[in-house]
Design a binder for this molecule. Structure first.
Ligand code: CTP
Length: 471
């Protein structure tokens, strides 16, 4: 079998080949093959079967990265150094059976758990490990790795990798590629529960979510360490593959032409002109739903209490302060095909709110704030005789008996669905970037995976689109 080793060619010739390959957007190796194929077509002579790239010994031929056919979805899988790395081998298989091409980067630490050979054998492609490997850097390069993918999946995303990514480090191939990419990034965190709950990790998580990274997991369960359990187990390969597939799907305009009404954020109920009663709602979940609905083609009206967030693009935003103002704005915004009540409306307002600042006076009793109940906006809309939106969805913010309380709210408020979440301070949901919800309907309840608030929003929009289509 004839073969050609580029490394052994004359320097000037190599330089020409490099320039030609770069111009054609191919690796030198692929470009030489193309050149030889063309020459064979012209001359009718046989071409060498082996083309060994620069920097590689002829005795160690490797499988060249075969360019994925046009239209193939491409994932770059960054495998970090954790015991869960063994599950990433299965993940490669799960992605490939969905016709997704997978290219792998193994960090140095990952190679303590699995080998490039095993990942490469399953992926059917060369595995990349070093930032400064002359063969790889010349042949493909970290910038090309960062560009030639539709999605980067980091699994396992270790505490260290997350910290580096949040800090913008680029001291190895994985982090350099992650810094250079414009593709979406999906992280599947995996670590010991104490590392996961550590403030530094949670800070990095918040930063990464704010930077637009998506997350799948971690799940709760047994740890590799004996007698340890908690949050930190990497999501299962099927879950990760499903999340990747969702992110790879072009945003379908599943709500084209539909009117969607959303309430969001807290309400502020004045005590006097400078003081108010409020709650810790950030409005992030409601904003994410508005963004996702607009991306899905809906005409969206977002009625928001005071929040510290930019208005979602393509959404008509109406800003209100109090529950009464919110109800009035909602009623003005009807009709709608679906209404989602994500606001954390204050249940009470101060009956005797003063027009002037209440002053403390020495020796006098503290002010007596008498409270009256606010209108229940969700229940009012769900029980309307006219212009009731065909699909009315509420949230249930609970700190105990989450699903049971949500079922009771579904019945008492007369809405169609409730998304229940546990807002106890230790969950970090109120004000945070992630959410874990249970969808409660008349048909039963369904737990959704822990994910970013954007992830919840997209799942909800897909469900709404299906429901509206069936009505
Ligand atoms: N809601 C509303 N108007 C109110 C109170 C709540 O529209 N005055 C809506 C919320 O937007 C949410 C749902 O009702 O969709 C449930 O809100 P939640 O705060 O969980 O419950 P409450 O009805 O306030 O009951 P409780 O505080 O007793 O749990």
């Amino acid at each position: 079998m004839a073969s050609i080793t580029i490394r052994q060619l004359d320097e000037a010739l190599k330089k020409k080949l490099r320039l030609r390959a770069a111009r054609n957007g191919r690796s030198v190796e692929d470009d030489v093959r193309t050149l030889l194929r063309e020459a064979a077509d012209d001359t009718g002579r046989e071409i060498p079967e082996n083309v060994t790239p620069p920097g590689k010994a002829a005795s160690a031929p490797h499988r060249a990265p075969s360019p994925a056919p046009f239209g193939t979805r491409r994932v770059l899988l960054v495998i970090g150094g954790g015991i869960a790395a063994y599950k990433s081998l299965d993940l490669i298989r799960r992605l490939k059976e969905r016709d997704i091409a997978v290219r792998c980067i193994l960090t140095k630490a990952a190679q303590e758990f699995i080998t490039p050979l095993s990942a490469g054998a399953i992926a059917g492609e060369r595995v990349f490990t070093d930032l400064f490997d002359p063969a790889h850097e010349f042949d493909v390069g970290h910038i090309r790795l960062a560009r030639e993918c539709d999605l980067i999946v980091v699994a396992p995303a270790t505490a260290d990798l997350m910290a580096k990514l949040a800090g913008g480090h680029a001291d190895d191939l994985a982090t350099a590629v992650l810094l250079a990419t414009t593709a979406k990034v999906l992280l599947a965190p995996a670590m010991n529960p104490r590392m996961w709950s550590n403030r530094a990790t949670q800070r990095n998580l918040a930063q990464l979510a704010a930077d637009g990274c998506e997350f799948v997991g971690p799940n709760e369960g047994e740890m590799a360490e004996a007698n340890e359990r908690g949050f930190g187990r990497m999501a299962e390969p099927l879950e990760i593959a499903g999340a990747a597939e969702r992110l790879l799907a072009p945003q379908a305009r599943v709500l084209e032409g539909k009117r969607v009404l959303i309430t969001s954020g807290p309400t502020h109920e004045p005590i006097d002109p400078v003081r108010y009663i409020a709650n810790r709602s950030s409005g992030k979940q409601g904003n994410a739903i508005a963004r996702a609905a607009a991306q899905a083609g809906a005409q969206v009206t977002l009625i928001s209490g005071p929040v510290n967030l930019p208005d979602p693009p393509g959404v008509s935003v109406i800003k209100v302060e109090t529950a009464q103002e919110m109800l009035a704005a909602v009623e003005r915004a009807l009709p709608a095909d679906a209404a989602i009540f994500a606001a954390a409306v204050a249940d009470w307002r101060v009956a005797n709110a003063g027009g002037q600042k209440i002053k403390k006076k020495a020796g006098q009793a503290t002010p007596d704030l008498s409270l009256v109940e606010n209108p229940d906006i969700l229940a009012t809309v769900a029980k309307r005789k006219s212009q009731r939106p065909p699909l009315v969805i509420g949230f249930a913010a609970e700190t105990e008996n989450v699903v049971a309380n949500a079922k009771a709210k579904l019945a008492s408020k007369g809405c169609d669905w409730i998304l229940a979440n546990d807002v106890s301070p230790q969950t970090g949901i109120m004000g945070g970037d992630r959410n874990t919800v249970t969808l409660v309907t008349a048909a039963g309840s369904e737990s959704w995976p822990a994910q970013s608030k954007d992830g919840v929003a997209h799942m909800l929009i897909d469900r709404i689109a299906k429901e509206i289509a069936e009505k």
